[in-house]
Design a protein around this ligand. Structure first.
Ligand code: ADP
Ligand code: ZN
Length: 519
């Protein structure tokens, strides 16, 4: 009598009950149906294919791009007494032949393979001569050309459906946006698959975003509230990772760097220390984190803007997997936006791709500048309706004050327009404040009607206005990435007085010294 799924969950994996949709998914696959599983990281995707692979006759084939993690996964399964193995290029020939022998002898419940390996004529032919329990396609968003983990080989996985029409397939991902979901269905021929979409809300993660003014002091203040805890600090560049890690180590933190420029051995060692020790702060680029399963990460800090809302969600989602409170903290400034725009512009990507990247940056900005519940915006970005207040983000805990910035916004937009939509915020702010600088004079911008109309606000206040106008889509940066500002279709309504502009209090006009003397 074959064991029931629940019995296997308890006796093999040691858990008392299924979580969320796990049971329904497991049953669907055991019965031979296809499934598409969208579940946040840490939701428990692995069991969704591991248990059916054990229950069904034959070997479950797991396709995963994460070669580095196969060993860990297989080790964990061995510990639970499951017959599992992996095939990848890191193994010598003898080992590979032995795994193939085990497969053909029907000795394996689970076999992990990289997609390029699975697609070799040799392995496909072997599989046709053995019993396959199921195909699990992990990290299925890798089929998406617009995602950051695009893997061309993933697109060829549709061949599984053609060559093994009776073998159930289960595709899994933690990427939730509707466009990616559609692409997975189409590219992997999963039209018949039952879709299991979990909520992506992570209620135990508290979200906080602040303006960057003195990054190190701000980070230190944040980390002081997390002494002795494990966490991740994300930076954009390798150099900044190295510098920040060294600086934090000097300040008495167990801080380690992680980025792709480090020696593989150093990387592996730092990762192991993060996983095994308590209270290690990993300072890292986005190279760190995919597949990392550490339950007690108490905070994820972003010193720079992430690449997109998906990236932000994934990165912050590495916190609080044990369900206990975790903090997602980010600081950002106008310079970050310019840097990001430049990175997009200077990349080798096609124009269509760049356009999408710019959209992604814009939604990230809107999130950063939001005055309402951040969870609402975050989940909204993945098409999940959520009604705030959540009670666990900075905006819900202390609703930001707003002020009517319609007039300053009009001045700003008009200064951008009158100077020819060819300058960055620094220069336009000089015009507004009536700064008689060399550049302003040279260009004759001291003759503009907008020259000096904004002298009643200081530079900081103006920077905040520009940042928020960008975030609201009332201004845009040039597609070439020079950081120059131009109007958008929406700017018009503000200029004509048809739209009021409410901005966060951090842009409250601080009367500048000059003006105060005048008035
Ligand atoms: P994902 O692949 O979705 O990120 P995992 O499959 O790695 O998630 O599972 C995340 C964590 O949750 C693991 O530590 C796993 O052992 C645990 N887990 C999964 N399912 C259950 C369950 N039904 N009961 C208790 N813990 C579970
Ligand atoms: Zn909230």
């Amino acid at each position: 009598m074959p064991s029931s799924p629940l019995h296997i969950l308890q006796s093999v994996f040691g858990y008392s009950s299924f979580r969320g949709p796990q049971q329904a998914i497991v049953e669907q696959v055991i019965e031979g149906g296809d499934a598409l599983v969208l579940m946040p990281t840490g939701g428990g995707k692995s069991l969704c294919y591991q248990i059916p692979a054990i229950v069904r006759q034959g070997t479950g084939i797991v396709v995963s791009p994460l070669i580095a993690l196969m060993q860990d996964q297989v080790d964990a399964l061995h510990e639970a007494g499951v017959a599992a193995a992996y095939l990848n290029s890191s193994q010598d020939n003898d080992t590979q032949r032995e795994v193939e022998r085990q497969l053909m002898a029907g000795e394996l419940d689970l076999l992990y393979v990289a997609p390029e390996r699975l697609l070799t004529p040799r392995l496909l032919a072997l599989l046709e001569r053995t019993e396959v329990a199921l195909f699990a396609i992990d990290e299925a968003h890798c089929v998406s050309q617009w995602g950051h983990d695009f893997r061309p080989e993933y697109r060829e996985l549709a061949v599984l459906h053609e060559r093994f029409p009776h073998v159930p397939r289960i595709a899994l991902t933690a990427t939730a946006d509707p466009r990616t979901r559609e692409e997975i269905v189409e590219r992997l021929a999963l039209q018949q698959a039952r879709q299991f979409v979990s909520s992506f809300d992570r209620p135990n993660i508290g979200y906080r975003v602040s303006l960057k003014h003195n990054p190190r002091t701000q980070l230190m203040q944040f980390l002081d509230g997390h002494r002795g805890e494990s966490g991740i600090v994300y930076c954009l560049s390798r150099k900044k990772v190295d510098e920040t890690a060294a600086w934090l180590a000097d300040a008495g933190f167990e801080a380690l760097p992680y980025h792709a420029g480090l020696d593989a051995a150093v990387r592996a060692k730092n990762q192991q220390r993060f996983l095994r020790e308590d209270g290690v702060v990993m300072v890292a680029t986005v190279a760190f984190g995919m597949g990392i399963d550490k339950p007690d990460v108490r905070f994820v800090a972003h010193l720079d803007l992430p690449r997109s809302m998906e990236g932000y969600y994934q990165e912050t989602g590495r916190g609080g997997r044990d369900g206990l409170p975790a903090e997602a903290w980010m600081i950002y400034g106008l310079a970050d936006v310019v840097t990001m725009s430049q990175m997009i512009a200077q990349s080798e990507s096609a124009d269509e791709r760049k356009r999408i990247e710019r959209q992604k940056l814009e939604s990230l900005l809107a999130y950063a500048e939001a005055t309402r519940c951040r969870r609402e915006l975050l989940l909204g970005a993945f098409g999940e309706p959520y009604q705030g207040p959540c009670g666990n983000c900075d905006n819900c805990v202390a609703p930001p004050k707003t002020w009517d910035a319609t007039v300053p916004a009009q001045k700003a937009l008009s200064a951008v327009y009158r100077s020819g939509q060819r300058y960055g915020s620094g220069h336009v702010i000089d015009i507004l404040r009536g700064i008689d600088g060399e550049r302003v004079n040279q260009l004759g911008h001291d003759k503009l009607t907008t020259f000096g109309v904004g002298a009643d606000m200081d530079e900081k206040a103006w920077r905040s206005v520009f940042r928020q106008l960008l975030a609201a889509g009332l201004l845009a940066t040039d597609p070439e990435g020079y950081g120059t500002l131009r109007l958008t279709a929406a700017s018009r309504d503000v200029l004509t007085g048809g739209q009021r502009v409410l901005l966060r209090e951090d842009a409250r006009p601080v009367r500048s010294a000059r003006r105060r003397r005048d008035s």
